[in-house]
Ligand binder design. Sequence first.
Ligand SMILES: Cc1ncc(COP(=O)(O)O)c(C=O)c1O
Length: 358
Amino acid sequence: MSRPICAQINLAALRHNLNQVRALAPKAKIWAVIKANGYGHGVGRVANQLASADGFAVASVDEALILRQKGFLHRILLLEGIFGADEINLVEQHRLEMVVHSPYQVNWLLAANIQTPIKVWVKIDTGMHRLGFSPQAFKQIMIKLQNAQPKISLHVMSHFASASESDLFTAKQLQVFEQATKKLDYPRSFANSAAVQNLTCAHFDWIRPGIMLYGAGILSKLQTQFRAVLTFRTQLISLKWLDQGEGVGYGQTWQTQRRSLIGVAAAGYGDGYPRHAPSGTPVLVNGQRAQIVGRVSMDMITIDLTDFADSVQIGDPVILWGDGLSVDEIADSAGTIGYELLCGITQRVPIIEINDEI
Ligand SMILES: Cc1ncc(COP(=O)(O)O)c(C=O)c1O
């Protein structure tokens, strides 16, 4: 038998989550965001299951071409646009759609000899201050592009900084977007997963859900409606009783407060389990919530199983996150976000596909 770790991917959960997204935003078209190798789930696998989305959104031409090479004919949006003027040819040739967020990209478009129509999504910086034009600059850019390039069909978009909290800042971003776009008759896109769940008024024509398709980043009121796609699994490979006052693991950062049963599971930061996960981070052992103790090693974690001594044995299943234990909870404990954990599962972890329809 080989090392017992795997990332189990439930294909049915992807399809289910897409249906749930559609139910939340029935009037909007859906860009399924599958950049960064489908948030670490494997872009081809994810695209197959999400094929009924209206289009795919990715980070670069390279990511888009992987989809074209796999035979996907969908609309594909480049969320950061192009990185060089030479990519315009590829955009035309492969029928890609591009975000335009900076003057240099506008200049490339104006200078290009465009033969086939290109769909361009002009990005407004509504306050996040990452990519996009100020509302004032946006107006001028739209006029410039409209007048100079009849082969360009225009669309507008923006991005939320914190739509998981329906706070004043989010309301302000929405107001800036409405103000800048209300007199224009172009398709609009604003909502990421948080806004899809939180802000119906921000759905507009196209939503751009990412993390929620993978069953993470879900509001508590919607938890039961979405399913974790990836379950990170391993097994117990050692069990050992320690006396009170013994240290566990590198640096001996955790000491037993009583006679303790310590289990070792085959998973560590070499697999993508976060090294910063502190003692107390939950894991499921045989479906029961236990806690890791001591430092995360490259290939192993240590777990306090004292309270489960009667029911655990070597070979028992351990879930690091996924089914029954949200990746968001582990991320929170480790001071990061679910996105990073999902993207960070390493190459050595085998992927197992299942198709569990419930
Ligand atoms: C421009 C843009 N739109 C949509 C998304 C999807 O966001 P989420 O995964 O939070 O739904 C992202 C992700 O980072 C993004 O950068």
